[in-house]
Ligand binder design. Sequence first.
Ligand code: SF4
Length: 447
Amino acid sequence: MAKLHVITYGCQMNEYDSERVAGLLRGERYELTDDEAQADLILVNTCAIREKAEAKVFSKLGELRALKARKPELVIGVMGCMAQLHQETIQQRAPQVDLVFGSPAIARVGDLVQRVRRGGRPVLETGEGPLVKITARPPAARRLKAFVTVMEGCEKCCTFCVVPTTRGRERSHPPEAIVAEVRSLAAEGCREVTLLGQTVNAYGRDLTPPTDLAELMARVGDVDAIERIRFTTSNPYNLTSKLIRALRDLPKVCEYFHLPLQSGANRVLERMNRGYTREGYLELVDRLRDAVPEMAFSTDLIVGFPGETEADFGATLDMVERVGYDNVFAFRYSRRPGTLAAAMPDQVADDVKASRNTRLLEVVNRVTAARSRRLAGRTVEVLVDGTSRKNAGELSGRTRCNRVVNFDGQGRVSVGDLAWVRVTEALPHSLRGTLVERPEEAACLSK
Ligand code: SF4
């Protein structure tokens, strides 16, 4: 079999796409290799969300130029968001690239590679394409957790974001196709699924008949072998009472909610065209905590958005304290070509962005460590997913609120088991604990 090597940058959606491509190419008699020097075909799955992400890709393509010089029959392909956004630039700056295709063209990857092999000249395939549910995946020993895409694209117009351009308009996969995919994953030993979408809580409104994420999660929850359901990424704009009730009432849905805020200042939220205010966001968090008291929140925050003042930045720090996040993904604003924000006056200087990012992370580390400490002495349900990175004699897994726990359970529980662990130590980014029988008053216990 020919050898395929896939290099993935960016989000979970890209990881999912890379798996799908590898699954489809297996049908073309390509098997995955971790060694790019062994590969007959190398695909680079790209991210265009920030300038830095793009720079990484071009430096990688530079490295691959040398490999291609030694192995002219090697086919190099670029896929993902940069392919959709910068196809000509890629061809100009990286002439060693034989194939450029966007995510809408993934279903035809086999044909595209054959066209390169037959034609011997670059193949370019970007633009919109039909929405296809691809469930092909490379064989895996045991897939305990899996991402499942439920929709593609986004119709929000956040002024800093390229996703609507790179991934197209919002399109949902039919619930039957998603449940079928979850069933086949469960048959392979999967116990936890993460439902993926750019604005996953807008799922289903474009379908006939329309449906929504609450109904979908109820159907996924009916798949017996699945123990846990997660979902990402949500937008506060589409958060409904029906979804909040589902989070309260569906036992398999975990108490972890990734809810990007982006900024704590209403002035900036308006310039970002986010469609909500800080007050509206806080009200949503309160309603969610009323419904699910154990809910852990994570978020995305951008510092240095054009026009962001010191007071605006202060409002962002204040929101981190008020919400009490368990995790925060902090980003410095990156000017993206073709976005409205890129043309805005009052671009913030890089050194100001850097200092605000550092100050934000100081507050984040303090707040998330306090959130971690609240679990000390309590007992948590853990899905065992392997051994501790630091100590092979220990097992490791995640709580329902998505915290890593390392504990002493070797020989008593195994990978794939749900175990009860009493937290003996709360570290900034993980917990340590000891295996116990199921206690009555456990925290993060299933509902
Ligand atoms: S909702 Fe998310 S994916 Fe959609 S435009 Fe806004 S930031 Fe981009």
